[in-house]
Structures are given as structure tokens and as C-alpha cells.
Ligand binder design. Structure first.
Ligand code: AP5
Length: 210
């Protein structure tokens, strides 16, 4: 097993690209830290209860909380699999924790989208709470409005997708997560993909870059 890290601002398209290429390539596994946390909240676990307060405000949850979840997934993944790690690491401390887990990082791919586009991307996002498929009301609409193409569940707007919280998430991204670009560049692992070429274009360039 090896790891490809997805870097990029909230709403840059990390989940969309990772979900698409993993659905089309059996040896790719998409692991989203946000989905793991939302799953824990939905299940009402102690970790979920703790995480919710941070997530609703657009802050990062404590490193140890998310690291435990990622460690479990890494430990249970075997064989010729490339894990597309979406949302972890989120700061330098988490990058060091990942190194200590011992799983080899093949590359870190930055999906590059200007901040000016982020609010529009997130305002139009609709998410399936059941199978996690993602949509956009203009860029990637479901066949039937408000209904998931994959599993038929009713699509929802994420609680942290309101404009005020998105502003805070962007501040957190620039302060906490952006330093990872330099961190992985120094290791020769950083690749950059233009996130403005449409979902198919970004997916194609991501596969080449990773
Ligand atoms: P998380 O769920 O990871 O959110 P995020 O990183 O803010 O990223 P998003 O899921 O918002 O965006 P995305 O880049 O996946 O974009 P998407 O593909 O949906 O984290 C949520 C919270 O959990 C955090 O705020 C934090 O509290 C906590 N958390 C998570 N991980 C943590 C960690 N490691 N440590 C601490 N706390 C953590 O695309 C967005 C929209 O654009 C969609 O509508 C999509 O259809 C559309 N779109 C996508 N690509 C394109 C394209 N190429 N062209 C046009 N439209 C596109």
C-alpha cells in the first residue's frame, strides 16, 4: 500500500476528483478525513461528539482525534492499493504523524483553485449523506434535482458550507494547511494540478500527476 495526499483549499475539488478516479480504478481507495468525521458524528460516537463543535465553526479538530481514525484505516488497508488521502494531513504536526505511521507517501497533489472561486463552488455543493457522492447545482448536477444519482437518497447542504464558516475555513487553510505545500516540495513529492479545467480535466491531470 502507498499513499497519495490531496492538498487544496476547501471546495477546490479534492473529494470530487478522488471519488471519480477511485470509482474508475480498482486499485485506488479514496479516504476522506471529513467523511470519517461526519460518519462519527452521524453514529453519535464520543469522537463524533467532540469533533462536531470544531467542525461547525470551521476549525480543525484535535490532531490526535483524526490521527486515530486515519491510523485505523491505514492499518486495515493491505495489498496493491494506492490510498488517496483527502483532508489528512492538514498541518505540519499531522504530516509528521503520517510519517510515523510508516506508510510510504508516493506524492502530494495540490488541486490549485483561486480563493475567489471557492465560495461559488461551495454554495452550489450538494452532498449525499448516504453514499457520500458529491454534486454541484451548475457544474455537476444530479439527473433529478435534489436526489443522488448513485443511491437515490435526498441530497443535503453541509452544515459548515454557509458563507461565514467558509470564510473561516479558508483562513484556517492558509494558516495551517498551506505550509504543507513547502513541506512536500522540499521532499520532492509535490505535484500541482490546475483545478479550473472542469471535473474530467482535473481527474485526467490528477492521474498523470500522482
Ligand atoms: P473536509 O470535509 O475535508 O472539507 P474541506 O477540506 O474543507 O474540503 P471540502 O470537502 O469542503 O472540499 P473539496 O476540496 O473536497 O471539494 P469538493 O470536491 O466537494 O473537512 C471538513 C471539516 O472537518 C474541516 O473544516 C475540519 O473541521 C474537519 N477536518 C477534516 N479533516 C481534518 C484534519 N485532518 N484535521 C483536523 N480537522 C479536520 O468540490 C466542491 C464543489 O465544487 C462541489 O459542488 C463539486 O461538484 C464542485 N467541483 C469540484 N471540482 C470541480 C471542477 N473541477 N469544476 C467545477 N466544479 C467542481
Amino acid at each position: 500500500m502507498n499513499i497519495v495526499i490531496l492538498l487544496g483549499a476547501p471546495g477546490s475539488g479534492k473529494g470530487t476528483v478522488a471519488g471519480k478516479v477511485a470509482a474508475e480504478n480498482a486499485n485506488l481507495k479514496h479516504v476522506s478525513s471529513g467523511d470519517l468525521l461526519r460518519g462519527a458524528i452521524a453514529a453519535g460516537t464520543a469522537a463524533g461528539v467532540e469533533a462536531k463543535g470544531y467542525m461547525d465553526k470551521g476549525n480543525l479538530v484535535p490532531d490526535a482525534l483524526i490521527a486515530t481514525m486515519i491510523k485505523d484505516v491505514v492499518a486495515s488497508t493491505e495489498g496493491e492499493v494506492t490510498m488517496l488521502l483527502d483532508g489528512f494531513p492538514r498541518n505540519l504536526a499531522q504530516a509528521k504523524i503520517l510519517e510515523e505511521m510508516g506508510a510510504p507517501v508516493k506524492s502530494a497533489v495540490l488541486i490549485d483553485v483561486p480563493d475567489s472561486i471557492i465560495q461559488e463552488r461551495i454554495a452550489g455543493r450538494r452532498t449525499c449523506p448516504k453514499c457520500k457522492a458529491g454534486y454541484h447545482i451548475k457544474n455537476l448536477p444530479p439527473k433529478t434535482e435534489g436526489v443522488c444519482d448513485v443511491c437515490g437518497a435526498e441530497l443535503v447542504i453541509r452544515k459548515d458550507d454557509n458563507p461565514e464558516t467558509v470564510k473561516d475555513r479558508l483562513v484556517v487553510y492558509h494558516r495551517e494547511t498551506e505550509p504543507l505545500i513547502e513541506f512536500y516540495e522540499a521532499k520532492g513529492l509535490l505535484r500541482k494540478v490546475d483545478g479550473m479545467t472542469g471535473v474530467d480535466g482535473v481527474a485526467r491531470d490528477f492521474l498523470t500527476a500522482m
